[in-house]
Design a protein around this ligand. Structure first.
Ligand code: FE2
Ligand code: FE2
Length: 182
């Protein structure tokens, strides 16, 4: 049951974003060091959940994960293009990412706030509004530091653990033998 719940959660929350062609494209874009934007985004999602659990606070898990996965959805190589029209990458990319994200996904107000405010305090006037936004804001800085100093242990596949497919689960269930009393 637990595995099935995990699979349903993955199908509804993670897979539509991970499998999206534009999200897959972020594997080709470098964030820090040799870490792709994809790996960075998945790591920020995982560390945001970890931090929330550590703090023992209430949070909207779906919004936290979706917002974190899309927080750097700016879709260009910031090492080559540092000024994107709206200003320097560091200041402008939360806006670009949120515009891209609403173009391809249906986002709620928490998810949008996470994306738009994650660069605080650099974007000093964009103070995170929800606890989910604060969690991503902190996890993003932590992951960025790890990546910049080459201390990260993750790559594109680390946090994309696809649960067993349905037929595999069924096969497992079939192999359980219940001794029959005669
Ligand atoms: Fe960012
Ligand atoms: Fe980031």
């Amino acid at each position: 049951m637990k595995a099935e719940r995990r699979r349903n959660y993955y199908e509804k929350t993670v897979r539509p974003i991970v499998d999206h062609e534009k999200m897959q494209y972020t594997k080709k874009l470098i964030q820090h060091g040799d870490v792709s934007v994809f790996a960075h985004s998945m790591a920020v999602a995982a560390y945001s959940v970890k931090l929330a659990k550590k703090l023992g606070i209430r949070y909207d898990r779906r919004s936290l994960i979706r917002g974190a996965m899309l927080h750097d959805f700016f879709l260009y190589d910031w090492h080559k293009i540092n000024n994107v029209g709206d200003g320097l990458h560091g200041f402008a990319h939360p806006n670009t990412a949120s515009k891209n994200a609403v173009r391809y996904f249906d986002l709620n107000k928490r998810e949008l706030d996470i994306i738009r405010k994650h660069m605080w305090p650099l974007t000093i006037t964009k103070l995170p509004k929800y606890r989910e936004s604060w969690l991503v804001c902190a996890a993003d800085k932590y992951c960025s530091l790890l990546e910049t100093f080459g201390l990260n242990t993750y790559n594109d596949d680390t946090f994309v653990k696809k649960p067993a497919r349905e037929h595999e689960t069924r096969r497992k269930i079939k192999t359980i033998n219940i001794p029959q009393k005669k």
